[in-house]
Design a protein around this ligand. Sequence first.
Ligand code: PMV
Length: 313
Amino acid sequence: MPAFAAYAPGKAILLGEHAVVYGYPAIAVPVNQVEARATVQADLKAPTGRFWIEAPDVDLDCDLQDLPERHPLHRLVQVVQDHFGIARFPALRLRIKSTIPVAAGLGSGAAVSAAAIQALAAFLGRPLTKGQVSNLTFEVEKFLHGNPSGVDNTVVAFAQPVFFVRDQPMEFLSIKEPFSLVIGDTGISSSTANVVSYVRQCWSSHQAYYESVFESIGSLVKKARTLIENGPVMEIGPLMNENHAQLQKLGVSSQELDHLVEAARKVGAFGAKLSGGGQGGNMIALAAAGQEEKIASALRSAGAKHTIITTVR
Ligand code: PMV
């Protein structure tokens, strides 16, 4: 019985998180060292309509029907059925495995959705374009997060560095010189939905102030784009530092994130900042070639639970 497999990488936001929800640009890159993988196989012995889900990372081994009504997998399956105009899938088994830390700012939810959507479409014999995978993943993200910008689904579906502005066509970035990022995990899980809604509340009561911070972040992102496309890329380091300072003003950093950011800078990172929703999760540091291990080890000594070294190209 053939199995239909698909995968999607993790992602890191290089600059621009939160402001991107309000229409300012962001730059995001895939993190291929971690991934979500989905496999779909027909279950010929099962009764029609049986949709078995195996996701050992989150202790799931059950029929879709047995999951609570608000479970995002219901939404995911509905989104795919609606797209193809089918009432139900033939009996199948969907297996999901992910090495992307959950609730950590590395796009785990979007990657799981993108992988599962692609695998289900391939199983139906109707493969999707990357743009379609991104759009359908966005529908699931809306259910999960309420008000996502769309950057996560875009970068994981296309698996390429992107310059992203909400509701505008996504642009790929051409990278002049490949560069290394060291990612450090505080180990503190943080719900993006909660942090995004916290920022929304603050923005509602101090709009002018918050818009001015978003605007500063937007201009850092535009400068970074020019450097990434034309060089010298290491000059985005100070822009990342500046972006972190702006995120602190938004109240989305934390002691642990600040501590790791400082630790990376102290051992020579060109720049460092939190990445993703914040208030926990991961930070990123820009490393000179050959300095990646030194920074990763300094991050672990400073309390990082995991580190990942990735090259953006
Ligand atoms: O925490 P993550 O990996 O889901 O990244 C969220 C990025 C935000 O800008 C905070 C939210 C969004 O929808 O863009």
